[in-house]
Design a protein around this ligand. Structure first.
Ligand SMILES: [Zn+2]
Length: 228
C-alpha cells in the first residue's frame, strides 16, 4: 500500500520509469522491474573487495563503507542520480534508501551505528533544488537501522567550484575544507555518513575530518553509488 507521501508525490510526477521511460505498473515505483533487475548492484560485491575503502586509505580512518550500486557515466544509475539531483525527483532518494537500508539492517558491520548524517549541500544550492538529495536516502537508512537522522550536523560554508571542473591535483588539496560542524553532538558516537555518489572520496574525507573533531567519533560511510 502506498503511503500518503508517495500518493502526494505521484500527483506531481508522471509514473514513468526513470531508467527507460515506460509507464509504470501499479506495483512498480520509480523504475520498472526490467530496469531494476538489471541495475549493477555493488553492495554484496563490496563486502569482498576493498575498492571503496581504498579511496580513504591514508587519508582518514573509516570503520566500514558500502555502496548500493555501481555508477557509470552512462546508464540507468546515472539517470537515477541525475533525476534526483536535477529533475526534482526526490523520491529516488527514498527508493534507494529503503533498498540499501533493508540490506544494512542485516549487516553486522552497521549494527552499532548511533546516528546517520548526510553530506550537506551549500544553502544556496539547497534553496534552488528545494532539498538536499541525501536527506531522504539518509532518513530511510536511519529508519532501517532504528537510529536517528540528523540533517544539519554539517554545513557547507562555501560553494566551491564543481569538483568535475577541478583537475586531480586541485581535487586532492584538502587544506581549504568547506565543511564544518554546525550542530553539536555527543562524543564517542559511531556515525554513518551518507552521500549520493563517491568518486574520488574527497568530499567524504573532508566531512569525516570535520566530524572527527568531536572526540572518539567513529565514521562509517554509505553511498547510493560508487563510480567505476
Ligand atoms: Zn525501465
Amino acid at each position: 500500500m502506498r503511503s500518503l507521501v508517495q500518493d502526494f508525490i505521484h500527483l506531481f510526477y508522471p509514473e514513468t520509469c526513470t531508467g527507460c521511460g515506460v509507464t509504470l505498473l501499479d506495483n512498480e515505483q520509480t523504475i520498472c522491474v526490467a530496469c531494476r533487475v538489471n541495475l549493477p548492484v555493488a553492495y554484496h560485491d563490496l563486502m569482498h573487495n576493498d575498492k571503496m575503502s581504498q579511496l580513504f586509505y591514508a587519508r582518514v580512518a573509516i570503520e566500514h563503507c558500502t555502496s548500493l550500486l555501481y555508477y557509470e557515466k552512462v546508464g540507468t544509475v546515472q539517470r537515477l542520480v541525475h533525476a534526483l539531483k536535477y529533475q526534482q525527483q526526490e523520491q529516488i532518494g527514498l527508493f534507494l534508501g529503503k533498498w540499501i537500508g533493508s540490506l544494512m539492517c542485516d549487516d553486522e558491520r552497521f549494527k552499532d551505528v548511533d546516528m546517520v548524517v548526510g553530506v550537506p549541500v551549500h544553502p544556496k544550492r539547497k534553496r534552488k533544488r528545494g532539498y538536499n538529495q541525501t536527506t531522504q536516502f539518509g532518513k530511510c537508512i536511519a529508519a532501517g537501522l532504528g537510529v536517528r537522522f540528523r540533517e544539519s550536523v554539517l554545513t557547507k560554508t562555501r560553494n566551491t567550484i564543481k569538483q568535475a571542473q577541478l583537475n586531480q591535483r586541485q581535487r586532492s588539496d584538502e587544506s581549504q575544507s568547506p565543511y564544518q560542524i554546525t550542530e553539536a553532538f555527543e562524543p564517542g558516537l559511531h556515525i554513518l555518513l551518507v552521500d549520493d555518489v563517491v568518486t574520488t572520496g574527497t568530499t567524504l574525507t573532508l566531512c569525516t575530518r570535520a566530524l572527527q573533531q568531536v572526540a572518539n567519533t567513529r565514521i562509517s560511510i554509505a553511498t547510493m553509488g560508487i563510480s567505476v
